[in-house]
Ligand binder design. Structure first.
Ligand code: DX5
Ligand code: ZN
Length: 227
């Protein structure tokens, strides 16, 4: 269970900030002790104004690494292609609450296939909207930027949402962890962890530097000090 991992901070670097054309060889150099997951942003040009990759690329990448995959679907009607992402055998698969009329059905399909189920919300969606479906989740991915692009600035009101969700999870004993995604840097990662997030996505702050392992190590060190 993801929940068993909450005593530690998990880092999930977002590969769209890397050079996707060479990642297959570069990924073999990633240090598993700092890079716990690979965050895979799937965008369809409809739910978000950008297009990235699909199951074909993900399956190819998986041939080159044992690092578990954390797939984030930013696509309309994920029910139409959910199975092809389940078939990629990620560790966790996250759908957007705003992208479907049947989030519970999709979360159940993900869980029934043996993959951890995540649900994500955009900055404008109140966190309370998830309270009734938390029992069906292993993870909530709170967007701290508008989804669509890496390299944006963290939206400060996200901290209150993390705190509110964390309080609700603790009070009701849910087995759900909080992942935060967007604009995370060495300057705000401590606040995000203090607010209750244990899984952290970082795109540009990991990949926009020559030494990916060193950037990940430093981020993780800062996050752990805040715990
Ligand atoms: C945005 C994506 C994020 C993004 C993170 O739509 O979901 O995962 O790549 O990149 P940074 O950390 O640069 O905001
Ligand atoms: Zn993401």
């Amino acid at each position: 269970m993801l929940k068993n991992l909450t005593d530690t901070i998990l880092l999930s670097p977002s590969i769209i900030a890397a050079d996707l054309s060479t990642l297959g060889s570069v990924v073999t150099t990633f240090d598993h002790s700092f890079i716990h997951f690979l965050h895979i942003d799937v965008m369809d040009g409809c739910f978000v104004p950008n297009i990235t990759i699909g199951p074909g690329y993900i399956k190819n990448l998986k041939q080159h690494t044992d690092i578990p995959l954390d797939i984030h679907l930013m696509i309309e009607k994920p029910e139409l292609s959910l199975q092809s992402y389940i078939d990629c055998k990620p560790y966790c698969l996250t759908i957007h609450f705003e992208s479907t009329r049947q989030p519970v059905r999709l979360l159940q399909s993900i869980k029934n296939s043996g993959v951890k189920a995540g649900v994500s919300i955009n900055p404008a969606t109140p966190v309370e909207q998830l309270f009734d479906i938390l029992a069906y989740t292993d993870m909530v991915l709170l967007m701290s930027v508008e989804p669509g692009f890496y390299g944006q600035t963290f939206i400060p009101s996200s901290l209150k949402k993390i705190e509110k969700l964390n309080r609700f999870i603790q009070t009701n004993n849910f087995n759900t962890i909080i992942e935060v995604d967007g604009g995370i840097t060495k300057d705000n990662i401590a606040d995000v962890v203090k607010a209750g997030a244990t899984m952290i996505v970082a795109g540009s702050s990991v990949f926009k530097s020559a030494d990916v392992n060193e950037q990940a190590r430093k981020l993780l060190e800062t996050a752990k000090k805040a715990q």
